[in-house]
Design a protein around this ligand. Structure first.
Ligand SMILES: Cc1cc2nc3c(=O)[nH]c(=O)nc-3n(C[C@H](O)[C@H](O)[C@H](O)COP(=O)(O)OP(=O)(O)OC[C@H]3O[C@@H](n4cnc5c(N)ncnc54)[C@H](O)[C@@H]3O)c2cc1C
Length: 427
């Protein structure tokens, strides 16, 4: 079996969708044009009999509650019943009642009043969420970013491969992003979104903060909650994650160049990683651990690039005050190392989306499952109208700069979707 490019160079696809899983726009032109075309065809230019329009037209014309609040003059008119001469004013009354009923419904979520209404609530304030929020705030949209503050790369000391920001600590990058959002009038809150629910034409967003719980309303959602790295269960491994237990040659490879690097094999990605790290150091060892047996081609490729192979399971990772010192191989003793590379399972942080009808799809490299993602088109629009996703939640392979780009694209698409909505409702 020959080795195909892995991770950043990317050959991942979603199970059941050979072309990459998500529908892509075939229109040409600038990215803005593509974003808007895709957006309008999905949501903005829906035919009049779409389910969303029927929410408006199928509302009870005179509901019990609206009849109770109708002014006395209207009640008198109704008791007389419409006559030919009164038909015009009668229909205006019905329209007013219907609008009142609609606005009442918009303000409620599960019996709770929602006093805060936003054009967009962004769930997750990493590179993707903050970038989307900047685009929206600069478009004069009311936007709230709710962020729990545990971004994926938080354990790492610095961000690399982000042009012009190389070496910036993640916390500094996100603090700068938050300041940009608030500088354009957006709001950023450190809190956790506990639940999302559709509420008629809007969404109810339940926020759990130190100050208590509340529910706010949003016309659109941008969900950028990232992914969870699930590490192999080896004692000592998790404690060194992001420091000298690494996963990505482009994030940290330069920092361990020339050092003794062990590749912990738990699946087919290990050979890809070994070949990539061999570009950075002549001292790379593939630790067979629980990984699949190597075929003849793989042996040849690894041998050609000088990668050693160590048989046996890794019992534990050892570290001292200066960092990782090596691994203990079952029955074979200790191997001195400066860094260990793993391939965690990358699970979409998508629990919030399930009640809205969005379930994560499996991501495959070759035939092997490596994680999950929420499927979306290239603007981040999901199968659920009004809900966009960006960053690692939609694309586990996205780096910081890629996540930021996806957030911008989603922000632009949401803004245009809202514009179409407004043009339709005012037209
Ligand atoms: C150890 C490590 C080091 C890395 N180093 C680099 C590097 O040097 N360069 C690089 O380009 N990439 C690097 N990456 C990859 C990088 O972390 C991702 O590309 C990037 O974080 C993706 O951004 P995101 O916005 O999609 O997700 P995240 O950055 O993970 O942001 C998601 C945010 O959503 C929030 N959130 C989740 N659930 C909720 C909720 N219910 N309510 C509110 N908020 C919520 C989280 O708190 C988090 O702040 C690294 C990854 C790891 C694991």
């Amino acid at each position: 079996m020959s080795v195909r490019p892995f991770l950043i160079t990317g050959c991942a696809r979603t199970r059941g969708s050979p072309g990459g899983g998500a529908p892509t726009s075939s229109s040409s032109g600038t990215w803005c044009a593509r974003a808007s075309a895709s957006s309008s065809s999905r949501v903005g230019l829906r035919p009049p009999d779409s389910s969303r329009d029927s929410v408006l037209t199928e509302m009870p014309v005179v509901s019990e509650s609206s009849a109770r609040v109708a002014p006395r003059r209207w009640r008198i008119e109704r008791s007389r019943g419409p006559t030919a001469s009164r038909a015009g004013s009668w229909s205006i009354v019905l329209l007013l009642l219907r609008q009142k009923d609609l606005s009442n419904r918009r303000g409620r979520s599960d019996g709770q009043h929602m006093n805060e209404n936003y054009d967009v609530v962004v769930v997750g304030g990493g590179a993707a969420g903050l970038s989307g929020a900047v685009a929206l705030a600069r478009s004069r949209r009311s936007v709230l970013v709710v962020d729990a503050g545990d971004s994926r790369n938080a354990p790492a000391g610095h961000v690399h491969n982000f042009l012009s920001r190389d070496g910036t600590p993640p916390s500094e990058l996100y603090a700068a992003g938050r300041a940009e959002v608030t500088g354009y009038g957006g709001r950023v809150e450190t809190a956790r979104v506990a639940a999302l629910a559709r509420d008629g034409e809007r969404f109810g967003v339940q926020i759990s903060a130190q100050t208590g719980e509340r529910t706010v309303a949003a016309r659109r959602l941008l969900v950028a909650t990232g992914l969870r790295d699930v590490l192999p269960d080896v004692p000592g491994l998790a404690a060194r994650w992001g420091i000298d237990v690494l996963h990505c040659p482009y994030c940290h490879g330069w920092e361990v160049r020339g050092q003794r690097i062990g590749i912990l094999s738990t699946g087919p990605a290990a050979v890809h990683q070994a070949l990539l790290f061999a570009q950075l150091s002549p001292h790379v060892t593939l630790l067979q651990h629980t990984g699949p047996a190597l075929d003849a081609d793989q042996h040849k490729q690894l041998g050609a690039l000088g990668v050693a192979i160590a048989e046996g399971e890794v019992e534990r990772i050892e570290a001292g005050t200066d960092g990782l010192t090596g691994v203990v191989l079952a029955g074979r003793g200790r191997l001195a190392l400066d860094a260990v590379v793993v391939a965690p399972r990358m699970e979409a942080r998508a629990e919030l989306l399930e009640p809205l009808g969005l379930k994560p799809a499996e991501v495959l490299i070759g035939e092997h499952p490596v994680g999950t993602r929420i499927e979306a088109d290239r603007t981040g629009a999901t199968a659920v109208p009004g809900v966009w996703v960006a960053g690692n939640l939609a694309d586990p392979q996205a780096q910081v700069v890629g996540a930021a780009a996806a957030g911008l694209m989603a922000g632009a698409a949401i803004n245009f979707d809202l514009i179409l909505d407004e043009a339709r409702s005012r037209g």
